[in-house]
Structures are given as C-alpha cells and as structure tokens.
Design a protein around this ligand. Structure first.
Ligand code: ADP
Length: 169
C-alpha cells in the first residue's frame, strides 16, 4: 500500500509575543494534524516588540513536549506560496470575537482563490483566551500590569525583563 504523506498545517501570525491563546490553538491543532509549522510573518513595515529570533526562541521554549511535532519558521511574501512550498494542507487561524471574522473571511477567500488546494481551518478561541491578544499583552505589560495569566512563564519573564515593574509607593 502506498504510504500516506503526513498531514501538515501552517499556523501563521506575528506572535509578538506568543500568548496562552496561541498555545491553546497549537495544542488543539496537533490533535488534527501530524505536524504543525508555526510560521512567523516577517513584515519589515511593522515595528515589533521582540525580534524574529527572540519570538522564535520563546515559542520553541514554550512548546515543551509538543516541540517534537512543531517546527517554528518564518516567511515573507504570500502565505499561499509558503504553504505550497511546505507541502501543507491547511492554514490554521484562531477566531476570537466577531471583530476577527470579517478580515479572516476575506483572507480565507483570497487564499483559496490563489491556491484552491488549501483549506483554512478556524478554531474558536479557548474560553479562557477570548480576550487575549498580543497587542493587549504588550500594552498592559508596558504599563506595568500583570500579564502572567495570559502568557507562558518564559514569555512573562521576557516581558518583565523588557518592562521592569515599578515598586508601588
Ligand atoms: P494577535 O492577533 O494576537 O496579534 P497573531 O497575529 O500572532 O496575534 O495571531 C495569529 C493567529 O492566532 C490569528 O489567527 C489570531 O486570530 C490567532 N489568535 C491570536 N490570539 C488568540 C487567542 N487568544 N485565542 C485564539 N486565537 C488567537
């Protein structure tokens, strides 16, 4: 019998930084796919808090035992070109509130018209992660707020190093 090729999915995003919301999507995707590529989008026009290398290292450390089936990579250019080059079958996206929907819907349509063989799979955010976004985590951490409930411990440490908490008077 011919060997079946492994089912690979791509999970693209900025991951600036990785949150527990992202990690939850990664863990659930691994129940559906043999392996997952967490693909950090390189966008030279967008200023990021953490460098590409820092983000990659943080994701790898936070993966723990799942690291065996997850590869962390980065790409620039069209997502569908990257998906094709990786021989992947699906793009994974997380859906939080209604506000995510419109943009995601457009992107999924666009990607399918560019590359009809790829499916975008949406996962509803885990119930504890609906309101977690990297942007909010960055903002709150920069103002000295505690983001430990929303971030893996290593990401929390990196944020504390970047934005030391001031002692309350
Ligand atoms: P953000 O939108 O938080 O800046 P990314 O661009 O890194 O994050 O998002 C990558 C993907 O992960 C997107 O599909 C986004 O909707 C999803 N995602 C981000 N945060 C969460 C979360 N808390 N729960 C579920 N999915 C999420």
């Amino acid at each position: 019998m011919p060997q079946k090729s492994p089912l690979i999915a791509i999970y693209p995003g900025s991951f600036d930084p990785l949150t527990l919301g992202h990690l939850n999507i990664i863990q659930r995707s691994l129940k559906l796919f043999d392996s997952l590529v967490v693909a950090i989008v390189v966008n030279p026009n967008k200023q990021s808090l953490f460098s590409l290398e820092e983000r990659r290292a943080m994701i790898e450390e936070a993966l723990g035992k799942d690291r065996k089936r997850v590869r962390v990579d980065s790409f620039s250019g069209l997502l569908v070109d990257y998906v094709r080059a990786q021989n992947a079958r699906a793009i994974i996206r997380g859906l939080r509130a209604v506000s995510d929907f419109e943009y995601e819907f457009q992107m999924a349509h666009m990607n399918r018209s560019l590359y009809p063989d790829v499916e975008t799979i949406f996962m509803m955010a885990g119930e504890d992660h609906f309101y977690v976004s990297s942007r909010l985590v960055r903002e709150v951490a920069s103002l000295g707020g505690d983001v430990s409930p929303m971030t893996p411990p290593n990401v929390h440490r990196a944020l504390l190093a970047r934005f030391p908490r001031k002692e309350k008077p």
